[in-house]
Write a protein that binds this ligand. Structure first.
Ligand code: HEM
Length: 185
């Protein structure tokens, strides 16, 4: 089975590590903010969330570059056209949300404005976004809602990957696994 390129597999697993961390940070910091706990720890959680979320956006730009330049390896013949269609729709939705969710977060902190992250570093403001606290709150609400939709899709994505690994054993999982045995196309 032909694997993805090593750089594509590395980027996939880096984003995969960032996402649960972002979800936990997001829920933790908003719970503290909801309890009106505005101390150093809350600020640190917000700062880490913003810095890591922005990093995911940059990693996704790299992933998109590879996706547009390199065709995905072909699926095994055992997969039906319907399976392949569902996989493509799922991957399209994941890619879309992996751009839209961090872009909404970035737009929100630009509108608020709250661009400071950790150790005094500020994110660049998103171009063309005006300062408007009411707009920021709407952007954050959409950001949070779509982050939960993204989390639900990721659960389905992991379940499908595990079905390929343990039940179907058709090599689809191994295409993305960072193993030395698989050769790039
Ligand atoms: C894939 C990337 C990201 C994911 C999965 C994610 C996820 C989340 C989650 C789960 C929450 C909590 C929502 C809630 O409790 O209602 C949240 C809140 C928040 N996120 Fe993100 N986030 C991402 C990227 C970003 C980025 C890039 C920024 C800013 C640069 C950002 C800024 C914020 C802020 C400021 C909040 C709090 C909003 C509020 O107080 O209502 N996030 N995020």
């Amino acid at each position: 089975m032909t694997p993805y390129r090593p750089a594509q597999r590395l980027l996939h697993w880096l984003v995969a590590l960032c996402l649960p961390t972002l979800l936990v940070l997001g829920l933790w910091m908003t719970a503290r903010a909801g309890a009106n706990l505005w101390d150093e720890q809350t600020n640190l959680l917000y700062g880490l969330h913003k810095a890591l979320g922005f990093t995911v956006l940059l990693l996704m730009l790299l992933r998109l570059f590879f996706k547009l330049r390199i065709a995905a390896p072909t699926y095994p013949a055992s997969l039906t056209p319907l399976h392949i269609l569902v996989a493509k729709i799922m991957h399209g939705l994941l890619y879309t949300l992996l751009f839209v969710v961090p872009l909404l977060g970035w737009a929100g902190v630009t509108a608020y404005p709250a661009l400071i992250t950790v150790a005094g570093y500020h994110l660049p403001p998103m171009p063309w976004v005006v300062q408007n606290e009411a707009l920021a709150k709407q952007l954050f609400a959409l950001h949070g809602t779509l982050a939960f939709v993204l989390a639900a899709l990721i659960v389905c994505h992991i379940a499908a990957a595990l079905v390929h690994l343990f039940l179907k054993r058709d090599g689809v999982f191994e295409r993305m696994w960072p193993s030395k045995q698989t050769q790039p196309r």
